[in-house]
Ligand binder design. Sequence first.
Ligand code: ATR
Length: 296
Amino acid sequence: MPLQASSKPECITQLYKAKMPPKGCALLGLIGHPLDKSCSDRIHNAYCQTVGLPAYYGKASVTPNTLADFLEQAKVAGLTGLSVTMPLKEVILDYLDEIDPQAQSIGAVNTVLFKNGKAIGYNTDGIGAIKAIEQKLNQTLSGKRIVIIGAGGAAKAIAAESVKQGAHVTILNRTQAKAKQLATKLNCAYGPLTYLPEVLASGSDILVQATCVGMLRAHSLIPAPLLTSSTLVFDIIIQPAMTELLKNAQQQGCPILSGQAMWIHQALEQYKIWLGDTAVLDETALKSACQAIFNS
Ligand code: ATR
């Protein structure tokens, strides 16, 4: 039976609006702002329905100003967990009761678990990216040379996890100071974006495009002639799946990986955190839900 209107805490109304979850479902959702373009609620719900997981996923527009209230209400309302997106991934660290050490070292949280009245923060972006890459390569990242373009939240998570897995990481960013800050923390190489030709010429196993460039228009920061077929090219952009960079890379004969693969793996990691042993982890079903909705 759906929740009654009179018993709805504000955070529940915000998350699920008119479409209340059936009783007994684990309450999940996405917070951030703006969320109008996000279709992750539709993907998660399609997945849960397909695999018979009693969970329901909503989305609520939450800003840094409303975050503290939302989290307090969410604890009381019995939420199981949340995904966290822009602009909250870093600011949320100040409002959590506990933070997983890897999320703390990345400095960003994309997943919250509510447990025993506490809000606990995790980051599954890095591990999601690494799992997608390792699956594509059919090898671990240990000893691989990875070049990461960007030094924002996504780049931080991927770089930290890559270093943890024993890869040799080089961070290149438009603003060199940010690359330096990140590289110093992780003890890896860095430089401005203009170093890209010489870094790629010296040989790399994996090139990760971790900026938003290519999302809104067909444009790539990496000139096609720099790409060689021995390098796996991974673009974190989710939509479009085939960015300008990936099209160029494919033409150059490179193996390619889209942000959708990372999204699927980071979401599977979230289900493990939220639902533990009761999680259903069906990569094929999540991939189908993802493709059906992104391509619709
Ligand atoms: P996210 O948290 O999603 O990773 P972010 O923190 O805003 O996003 O970081 C965006 C990254 O994309 C940054 O590395 C940014 O470079 P700067 O540090 O120089 O700002 C990079 N970026 C964004 N637009 C860019 C552009 N047009 N050219 C090169 N780099 C760009």
